[in-house]
Design a protein around this ligand. Structure first.
Ligand code: 6GU
Length: 224
């Protein structure tokens, strides 16, 4: 899979994409992530990418031209399944959308800033709009990193069996059960006996029971 990210802060992705699972996925050529600085596509001598909103009001709006030039350049070389805009007024991102995006060949993620992007881009070019939750971030970059991480970990070969995405919270509509590791008794804090019993079927039943219990208590909305 190929993911192209359009941003005015490409350096913001250096950290999240240089460690752990995404780093390994890139090294194994399971994903190609390309960062594009929207400013590089500005034809303005000051490399401007934003301007005042028509009709007045506070805040700046990202202009059509640099963003469209970048997207058109990419579309000459690759075919894209989706051109996604990260925005707090987009559809709230959930596991089902991550699953769907992970089946795609090439996608573009556009990170918004200021008061947003010129509406005509949303009407003419954007195919999907995503928000990662009901709170406001300073820009779309952290949201794009979150969406990218959720997609890349689902790509075949990225996770080993032992960390399979199938056992994630939400994949089966339930939160994950509690987990424990050594020592079995930490200064009197004990691990449930069942987990030490070696009885695989009973352990699986216990885990399912705890997952349901936890979901009922913390996220009853998931059970509806
Ligand atoms: Cl995608 N962008 C911004 N700026 N804020 C957000 C968001 C996105 N999702 C939740 N809050």
């Amino acid at each position: 899979m190929r993911i192209d990210i359009l941003t005015i802060f490409p350096e913001m992705f250096d950290g999240p994409f240089s460690h752990s699972i995404i780093k390994r996925a890139k090294e194994k050529d399971l994903v190609e992530i390309h960062l594009h600085n929207i400013r590089d596509y500005s034809t303005d001598k000051h490399r401007r990418v934003d301007n005042y909103p028509f009709g007045g009001g506070a805040g700046m709006v990202m202009m059509i031209d640099p963003i469209l030039r970048c997207i058109e350049e990419l579309k000459k070389k690759n075919e894209y399944d989706e051109v996604i805009f990260l925005t707090p007024d987009g559809k709230r991102f959930e596991q089902t959308a991550a699953n769907k995006l992970s089946t795609m060949k090439n996608i573009i993620l556009l990170c918004g800033h200021y008061k947003g992007i010129d509406e005509r881009l949303r009407e003419q070019v954007i195919t999907r709009e995503i928000s990662i939750g009901d709170y406001v971030l300073s820009g779309g970059e952290l949201a794009a990193a979150v969406v990218t991480d959720s997609i890349v970990r689902l790509l075949p070969g990225v996770l080993g069996d032992e960390t399979s995405a199938l056992s994630d919270s939400f994949q089966d509509g339930l939160l994950s059960p509690p987990v424990y590791t050594r020592p079995a008794d930490y200064k009197g804090w004990k691990v449930p006996d069942i987990l030490l019993s070696g009885h695989d079927r009973k352990i699986a039943e216990w885990r399912h029971e705890k997952a349901v219990e936890r979901t009922q208590k913390r996220r009853p909305d998931l059970l509806k």
